[in-house]
Design a protein around this ligand. Structure first.
Ligand code: F6R
Length: 359
């Protein structure tokens, strides 16, 4: 049941401290430091030369997050929307194809998995549902362990997907020839171990409800971010359009000036996501939009970064590679409370199904 909550979505947003603890349990050792993934013994990724993610919707955004981490570690990586996957794999021997899917039943993702298998690539599914079709058909499976998700809008499973992929990325970069494995692994895993508590803090202190009523009724909502905050901006906009039915778009911070800026009018809300490491680009581009009348909501751990903004959603200070997960929880609340004040059905948005089993 909903356990006293008005909606499964709110229950699932607020269960993230627990679901994320389950995701990391037994898998990280900040002291060593080391990452242990069941069924994946040391050395099992030695022959990988390239990684290719295939996914849809929210899972695609989680895949983009993982891909950015691999790219920063100098690993060859591609990410395809499963429905756009061509099935072409230039080097099937060295390519690890990773379908990312919460349900494990998405037809587009299943199609891409089958095409990758036929091309001769090794396939490793990242999914939530034990015994799902994708779990059964992939060569290997890594579970995100988020527990059942009932709301149509994916929330807790996004967080668990990103963290599972981050752990897989660690293992891959340790074993792939020529990859630059993280030098601050201990600090990263330490930050990961306290992330569930920090999400708890966001849940306790979020001002998203008050902020949502201030900004509802605008023509369009934009979300911008750079580096790892880019997929989070895309995810924030997807969630927002799904459950509020309002027009929302996510952009890479630097792309705003290449077209979308023409849509900015006085009062356009822009949620600008900062990670504490790449803040300059987002700052410059958000200010440019602000000069054209946009109202900026800075999602950041730093008062100083937010000083120029019209509003701030505070996130706890963490490793820059994890701050997107905290920003995302704030954005989940923004979508939820905006949809609620508009009287939307939230757990079952019109025209959408929890798992899309047609291509
Ligand atoms: C968004 C959402 C969808 C799914 C997409 C893929 O809130 O739920 O965009 O993420 O249909 O579903 P899975 O992950 O089950 O393959």
């Amino acid at each position: 049941g909903k356990g006293g909550y008005d909606h499964y979505m709110l229950k699932e947003i607020e269960s993230q401290p627990e679901s994320l603890s389950n995701t990391i349990r037994g898998r990280i050792d900040p002291e060593a430091p080391a990452v242990h993934l069941e069924d994946f013994p040391p050395g099992c990724f030695q022959d990988v030369t390239e990684v290719h993610f295939v996914a849809c919707g929210t899972s695609y955004h989680a895949a983009l997050y993982g891909a950015r981490l691999l790219e920063e570690a100098n690993v060859r990586v591609r990410t395809s929307r499963a429905s756009e996957f061509t099935g072409r794999i230039p080097d099937p021997e060295g390519t690890l194809v990773v379908p990312v899917t919460q349900s494990g039943e998405t037809a587009d993702t299943l199609g891409a998995l089958r095409a990758a298998g036929e091309a001769g690539a090794r396939t490793l599914a990242v999914t939530n549902v034990v015994g799902s079709t994708v779990a059964r058909e992939a060569d290997e499976v890594l579970y995100i362990r988020a527990g059942p998700e009932i709301g149509v809008a994916a929330t807790k499973t996004f967080s668990s997907q990103v963290v599972t992929l981050a752990l897989l990325v660690e293992r891959l970069t340790q074993e792939i020839d020529g990859a630059a494995a993280r030098e601050d692994l201990g600090a990263f895993l330490e930050a990961l171990s306290v992330l569930p508590n920090q999400i708890e803090e966001v849940i306790r202190t979020s001002r998203a409800e008050a902020l949502s009523s201030k900004y509802d009724g605008r023509d369009a909502y934009f979300f911008i971010g750079h580096a790892l905050q880019h997929p989070v901006a895309l995810e924030g906009a997807l969630k927002f359009k799904e459950i509020t039915y309002e027009h929302a778009e996510g952009f890479a911070s630097g792309e705003l000036k290449h077209g979308p800026l023409a849509l900015v009018t006085p009062g356009t809300p822009i949620f600008a996501l900062f990670d504490g490491k790449h803040d300059e680009k987002t700052h410059t581009n958000a200010k440019e939009a602000q000069a054209r009348g946009a109202e900026i909501v800075a999602v950041t751990a730093s008062e100083r970064t937010a000083a120029f903004a019209d509003d701030m959603l505070v996130i706890p200070d963490t490793h820059p590679d994890l701050s997107g997960l905290l920003a995302n929880v704030q954005l989940q609340f923004v979508s939820y409370y905006t949809a609620r004040s508009l009287g939307r059905p939230i757990d079952k948005p019109r025209n959408l199904a929890k798992s899309v089993t047609v291509e």
